[in-house]
Design a binder for this molecule. Structure first.
Ligand code: ADP
Ligand code: MG
Length: 869
């Protein structure tokens, strides 16, 4: 693993061997990922985070000094127990590791020559002759270009003695910043902040709004504010109960009202009569003061408790405090690092930003009405007011989106450049799609027709289609996919249909096997559990072109599956497939057209961010004649009602699902609960009915048997884990009971609910929940109100964030620090437009070196993250 680009280059690497540097870097990178992913003991490709750390600390590189080894040793032992620790302890350990690594790394760095003392001379510096001091560096136009995002290296600076006057670049180690001492640098390292770029990107978590300047009468309890007022009375005294505590009480007034302020001073020295007197003098009646703090409501009216306080020479005099009257940033901190220290470190760096270049050309920047990036970085850390903060945030959010969209636009461009077979059914051919229409028992909906036309238009071109088909549960995506596959067959190619689970793959095959023989098109199923002999036959038929449509799971990716002439790949439930898998499929021989389908609609912003390299088609209409599903919330205690409804419906000839959550971490536990629930229902509640059981651990055969029995009505109740979430299609099922509904995401519940309401009968969805948590209940209410998958997905995104909406395993989630996919949709659209414009005119971004570099840096970071992951 190589160094993170912005940590390394600024240090001379001549005398520190590469292996040691990369040992540090890989550990630091691992720390960063672990912290970013929430201290869950990240599972890497080969081992967990903690075992990676323990292993590396146990066997440090040979050139690490014995002292360093001794100081890191205890951590190796601690990390071998990391897994068992709670969150707080894990955070603590990680911080210790980060600080330890930082210190050892600093000690291992070769000593730099000490600069000679500098004298302030009257004449201008840099005059000829004498002392050999070079003219001040970093002034004037000889500065190396530096990207604010990037790891620009100062050219020829290694070994330079004159650090203080070097330009600060993103890659400059924090310890080398004038104004940041070694202790502070170590503390910052504990937060993973190693170089200037890290510190600048450590954006405030929040702001205290002391810029809210108001008159006393307008103070609002619970809000922060600043007032300027006159002292009416002042009382400084030591607490009668605690001699170590002194209290300063001020009564203030302005033209609108009166206000009390108290400040508390702990410590003996504050109890001395001399000190108390001095306070009394300082705040004598008539003095003007500025006060910033949180407004409290008391019996005597509004009050400030322990606010910031400064005496002003007059009402119009400037305030000296850097905090009073401003928006004060609040940072995510670490134990032992004071807010003030972090603020000061950032202050030390901010003035240097002025010299950084803006990667966005000015013309574009003005067109988009954005601040220069340098100003935005300053504004996010040190806003002059709300407007400045918002404008700064906008610029930085735009940049995050722009990088994301540039990457996607380049991918899309690359995808388009490769040739693909044009799948244009020959005129006068068999018209397989037309034939399909005649044998289907229903006409296509308008939306299905429109989407099919979009797909056929893409297929007919000699560039590969990359299209995402979104449609709500039950909107009829499968027949559209089938029609697209038939286009490929008719054009003399083969097709593949991939599903995330065997159950779903088998269902797809069952459906296809129903229609395709009538059209004289061959199809077969290939999954992980296909017997070896059958598999050999299939692969043979595939290579010689006899097999036209192959249905399968991921096994299609893993296996040496070779097609004769693969024209179209359909991937169902796309959000289950990582980008990497998608690329793997595309790498298989011929460049096929690609149609991906999601049944869990995802909000447009998320779709653009994750699938921005795809075109999007949307089926926004359900087939006619569906009766809406009635959804109700029930407390766990009201379970009996659910069972009664199940009974009622079964008596009418319908069927019911009972679904239990399956949380990945505790698969075994949930498995037991499914088995247990099945026993309970089969033996006690529905002893007179047949109750089936379906879960992920069953063999594929057993799964198929369970679903088959339920589909044929041999069992009337099916207890299942979320295996039924996707695609399972039994029209007679009219009740869906979901246990522990609060543990599911809304989109997932909507997806589960879509398993019923597929026939003519009125259907029901009952959500059983713990009942104690008001938030959870409110979230579930969304499902009662809405049946629109897009609206629900939007709510899910708002309530739970993109990681949850896409599923935790999803890689390729955008790397956004400030941007919000729910609130910044307008900026996302703008960034996307610009990215497409730039890439269309200049695919490699030759004309925009700043952007290109930023993109390279980001890609490098993601690559390293992926390698560790
Ligand atoms: P999804 O989009 O969730 O994958 P499916 O493709 O499984 O939905 O279709 C759901 C059900 O609707 C299937 O039983 C399918 O046969 C049926 N269906 C699809 N299109 C239509 C249509 N135009 N009219 C009536 N029923 C349809
Ligand atoms: Mg489907």
């Amino acid at each position: 693993m190589s160094l993170r680009p912005d940590t390394g280059d600024a240090q001379p690497s001549v005398s520190t061997p590469g292996s040691l540097e990369s040992w540090f870097a890989s550990l630091q990178q691992a720390c960063r990922l672990e912290a970013e992913r929430g201290f869950g003991d990240l599972m890497g490709r080969h081992e967990t985070f903690s075992s990676f750390v323990a292993r590396n600390l146990d066997a440090p590189p040979s050139d690490l000094t014995p002292d360093a080894v001794r100081s890191l040793m205890p951590l190796a032992a601690a990390f071998s127990r990391y897994r068992l620790e709670d969150l707080g302890r894990r955070q603590h350990l990680l911080r210790q590791l980060r600080q330890g690594l930082h210190q050892v790394r600093v000690q291992n760095r070769p000593a730099l020559p000490v600069a000679p003392p500098r004298l302030r001379l009257l004449n201008a510096p840099g005059g000829p002759g004498g002392g050999g001091m070079p003219p001040a560096r970093g002034s004037g136009s000889s500065l190396p270009p530096s990207s604010p995002y990037a790891s620009a290296t100062p050219s020829g600076t290694s070994g330079s003695a004159d650090r203080a006057s070097l330009p600060l670049l993103a890659g400059t180690p924090l310890a080398e910043v004038p104004g940041i001492g070694p202790r502070t640098a170590t503390q910052l390292a504990g937060l993973g902040l190693l170089v200037v770029g890290d510190l600048i990107a450590h954006y405030p978590r929040d702001y205290l709004d002391y810029a809210n300047l108001v008159r006393i009468a307008a103070l609002v309890p619970g809000r922060t504010a600043t007032v300027v007022a006159t002292v009416r009375r002042c009382h400084a005294f030591s607490s009668p109960r605690n001699p170590n505590l002194s209290i300063l009480e001020l009564h203030l007034q302005d033209s609108t009202g009166r206000l009390r302020v108290s400040r508390f001073f702990a410590g003996r020295r504050f109890s001395s009569p001399g000190w108390l007197k001095s306070q009394q003098r300082q705040f004598s009646p008539g003095t003007t003061v500025a006060v910033s703090g949180l407004v409290k409501e008391t019996a005597y009216g509004p009050a400030f408790s322990d606010p910031l306080l400064e005496v002003l020479e007059s009402a119009g005099a400037p305030v000296r405090s850097p905090l009073i009257g401003r928006l004060v940033p609040v940072y995510g901190l670490t134990e032992g690092l004071r807010a003030e220290t972090l603020r000061r470190a950032i202050q030390a760096v901010l003035p240097h930003l002025e010299r950084w270049n803006d990667p966005l050309p000015e013309a574009l920047r003005l067109r988009l009405a954005l601040l220069p990036r340098q100003r935005a970085l300053r504004g996010i850390h040190q806003p002059t007011d709300q407007a400045d903060l918002q404008a700064s945030r906008r610029r930085l959010v735009f940049d995050e989106f722009l990088l994301l969209q540039l990457g996607l636009a380049q991918r899309r461009q690359k995808l388009r450049q490769r040739p693909a077979p044009a799948l244009d059914p020959p005129p006068g051919g068999a018209d397989l799609v037309g034939q399909l229409r005649t044998i289907l028992p229903f006409p296509f909906t308008g939306a299905q027709d429109r989407v099919l036309a979009e797909i056929r238009h893409d297929l007919a071109r000699p560039q590969p289609m990359a299209r995402l088909l979104q449609g709500d549960v039950g909107s009829g995506k499968t027949v559209v996919a089938l029609a697209a596959l038939l286009c490929a067959i008719e054009a003399g190619c083969q097709g593949a249909l991939m599903a995330p689970t065997e159950v779903l793959a088998e269902q797809h095959l069952a459906k296809l096997a129903h229609w395709l023989p009538q059209l004289h098109v061959s199809c077969a199923l290939l999954t992980g559990s296909t017997p070896a002999r059958r598999r050999r036959e299939l692969l043979q038929d595939l290579i010689n072109g006899q097999l036209q449509i192959l249905v399968g799971t991921h096994a299609l990716l893993e296996d040496p599956v070779q097609f004769d002439r693969l024209g179209l790949v359909v991937v169902d439930e796309q959000h289950r497939f990582g980008v990497r898998q998608r690329n793997r499929l595309l790498a298989k021989g011929l460049q096929p057209h690609l149609l991906t389908m999601t049944a869990t609609p995802i909000p447009r912003t998320l779709a653009l961010s994750v699938h921005g390299d795809l075109d999007v088609s949307q089926i926004d209409e359900l087939p006619p004649g569906r009766t809406p599903i009635r959804t109700r919330l029930l407390r766990s205690g009201e379970r009996q009602e659910a069972w009664e409804l199940v009974r009622e419906q079964v008596a009418l000839g319908q069927r019911a699902y009972v679904v239990l959550p399956l949380v990945e971490d505790s698969e075994k536990l949930d498995l037991r609960s499914a088995v247990e629930e099945h026993r309970h229902l089969a033996e006690e509640v529905f002893a007179d009915l047949r109750v089936g059981l379906l879960h992920g651990r069953l063999s594929s055969e057993a799964k198929q048997t369970a679903i088959g029995a339920f589909a044929r009505g041999e069992s009337q109740v099916l207890v299942s884990t979320t295996v039924v979430e996707v695609g399972v299609d039994v029209p007679e099922a009219s009740v869906m009971v979901i246990e522990h509904a609060e543990r599911f995401g809304l989109a997932q519940l909507h997806q589960l609910r879509g398993r019923v309401g597929r026939g003519a009968a009125a259907s029901h969805c009952l959500l059983l929940h713990g009942g104690n948590n008001a938030d959870a209940r409110q979230r579930l209410e969304v499902l009662v109100r809405s049946t629109d998958g897009f609206e629900i997905a939007e709510m899910d995104l708002r309530l739970r964030g993109p990681g949850q909406v896409l599923g935790t395993k999803q890689s390729g989630l955008p790397d956004l620090a400030l941007a919000s996919l729910t609130d910044d949709a307008d900026l996302l659209e703008k960034a996307r437009e610009l990215a497409q414009e730039l890439v269309a005119a200049d695919p490699a971004l030759e004309a925009h070196p700043g952007l290109r570099q930023a993109l390279l840096d980001q890609r490098q970071r993601q690559l390293e993250a992926a390698r560790l992951n």
